[in-house]
Design a protein around this ligand. Structure first.
Ligand code: FEO
Length: 401
């Protein structure tokens, strides 16, 4: 029988998904996990479910901890299907459990599972509000804190205080990472890897919600937390100040250094020539610069780079009077996520009508990015004088400071 107890009276009953490489469009190079937990006091509490594909493994894990009939509460912290997907299935095994969710959680559970779950069940769910407390006995109490839009309107965190042990924040998506690992604790994993995945998770899932995250951090940060158990990736206990500090930084748009990101695509090599000339002009000045060709890059990696950079330089050839499809696709993704405090610059090439550069500027502005007045748009093939970019880079650097 596997040992699922990760700390005294807290058990991991989720599923580590080593295989997944695409999580609704987000590339998960290192897999992910759907974390669910059991906490035991005098009462037994099941916290969250897993993606429905892994219900069998989830149920087996639960059975290795207790008889499901002995579970007194099922807490649904978040209705997105990676955490509530097995809700209809697990209910059949929990005849004695009261279900608990946020007020919006109750509504969203019904909106998701009206076909699979008897309507009477939804009427019996306990809707909790901020500060409501569940006493599970043996010195343990769970306080509920709805955190709307971290990541959906129904999202909630559950904070378990323990008179005899560490206080645990079941934080759901917050502080998570798409990372499959056999080691549950932060200190047993490589810190740079988990921080890299936490940053990528923030950039792809939470970035556009940064104003809300910052307010939530103030509220949740005031709790005397000893352990954070998120719904994806590792649990935090040694590096909590580090990840909280990172969340403060990411949610405020603060960056480590004034670096430049160049992203582009090319049809016959002209836009690529400009991208390379920009790259070398910036590199030669000692400014950190990274370059990605969008048709061979992954959007979820590139948006993470965009969050880290101060300046985002976007290049595209004109195709059918507009932006090249791979560039348009990335810019649409970026417009939704809205990286903060950035300087934008547009460049490209065209054959006869032009149009891509104008569209890039529109997309960057739509993402809330301040765009330089200057841009580069070359007809057909750039001449060597077109690639003398000293003045443009001077202007860019001026605006980065
Ligand atoms: Fe991991 Fe918003 O679900």
């Amino acid at each position: 029988m596997p040992n699922l107890e990760i700390m005294k009276d807290v058990f991991f009953v989720g599923y580590v998904d080593w295989e997944v490489r695409n999580f609704h469009g987000y590339s998960t190079h290192r897999g992910t996990s759907y974390n669910a937990y059991i906490a035991k006091g005098e009462k037994t509490v099941l916290i969250d479910t897993v993606k429905v594909n892994y219900f069998k493994e989830y149920l087996e894990n639960i059975k290795n901890v207790c008889d499901p009939k002995d579970i007194d509460y099922l807490i649904v912290n978040h209705v997105e299907p990676d955490h509530s997907g097995s809700f209809p299935q697990i209910l059949k095994y929990l005849p004695n459990a009261e279900i608990i969710a946020s007020t919006i959680g109750v509504k969203n559970l019904e909106l998701h599972f009206h076909k699979d779950v008897d309507a009477e069940i939804f009427k019996k769910i306990r809707a909790v509000k901020e500060g409501d407390i569940l006493d599970i006995g043996n010195g343990k109490k769970i306080t509920f804190v709805p955190v709307p839009m971290v990541h959906w309107p129904d999202s909630m965190v559950s904070f378990m205080t323990d008179e005899k042990g560490p206080n645990v924040l079941f934080s759901n998506d917050a502080f998570g990472q798409h990372l499959a690992t056999s080691k549950i604790w932060d200190e047993d994993n490589d810190l740079s890897t988990i921080m890299e995945e936490a940053e990528k998770y923030y950039a792809n899932i939470l970035l556009y919600l940064s104003n809300i995250i910052a307010k939530t951090l103030t509220k949740v940060g005031a709790l005397p937390i000893d352990v954070i158990c998120p719904s994806h990736g590792i649990c935090w206990r040694k590096n909590i100040p580090d990840i909280v500090e990172k969340y403060k930084k990411w949610s405020s748009g603060e960056i480590d250094e004034n670096s430049v990101l160049i992203i582009y695509d090319t049809m016959w090599g002209s836009t690529e020539k400009i991208a390379h000339a920009l790259y070398y002009e910036i590199k030669n000045r000692g400014i950190p610069v990274r370059r990605f060709k969008l048709s061979s890059s992954d959007y979820s990696d590139v948006i993470t780079e965009a969050m880290r950079a101060k300046a985002i330089l976007v290049g595209s050839p004109t195709l059918n009077k507009t932006i090249y499809p791979s560039v348009a696709e990335y810019l649409t993704y970026q417009r939704g996520l809205k990286p903060m405090n950035k300087i934008g610059f547009a460049f490209g090439s065209y054959g006869w009508s032009g149009g891509a550069v104008k569209e890039i500027i529109k997309e960057l502005e739509g993402a809330g990015i301040k765009v330089l007045d200057e841009s580069i748009e070359i007809q057909f093939v750039p001449r060597s004088e077109d690639l003398n970019l000293k003045n443009i880079i001077d202007k860019l650097i001026e605006n980065m400071d």
